[in-house]
Design a protein around this ligand. Structure first.
Ligand code: FES
Length: 144
């Protein structure tokens, strides 16, 4: 695990979006098994995934969710990692992602943003999100 990143504060979202509050958090510190790579200055796998997602979303026109950088989701052994969150919605953490996951991640996040509770029907979830789901977390209770 990249312990140095655990206390980092969340960064400003990379992209603006409609005000659904739905956010795709992408770990930019994931190495995804590239620890031994020769060029230490090369962008990490998580950074490349984040940047590819942000670029693809820019071409999309009307994003229904925002993309935000995060440093470590405590899922380092199955990085690249990402999480989907939104007000009143279940949250999900995903692993085993890569730049090849960009289209499926954007599709899955759009479908998630279209729900009220974050529960996208199983068959409507892209395969990479069905196979790569690590955990889901219920929405926070409303204040009494
Ligand atoms: S570095 Fe820990 S989840 Fe990405």
């Amino acid at each position: 695990m990249d312990q140095s990143a655990l206390d980092a504060t969340p960064r400003t979202p990379t992209s603006a979006a409609a005000d659904s509050g739905v956010t795709l958090h992408v770990c930019v510190t994931c190495r995804a098994g590239e620890e031994g790579q020769q060029d230490q200055a090369a962008p990490r796998a998580g950074r490349r995934l984040h940047d590819a997602l942000a670029e693809a979303q820019r071409h999309d026109g009307a994003p229904h969710f925002r993309i935000a950088e995060v440093e470590c989701l405590s899922n380092c052994d199955r990085g690249c990692s990402a999480a989907l969150t939104g007000p009143g919605r279940w949250s999900y953490i995903y692993g085993d992602l890569s730049e090849a996951s960009v289209d499926d991640l954007l599709l899955g996040a759009s479908r998630y943003a279209a729900t009220e509770d974050g529960l996208v029907p199983w068959r409507e979830r892209p395969t990479i999100l069905r196979r790569g789901v690590i955990a889901r977390i219920p929405p926070a209770p409303k204040p009494v």
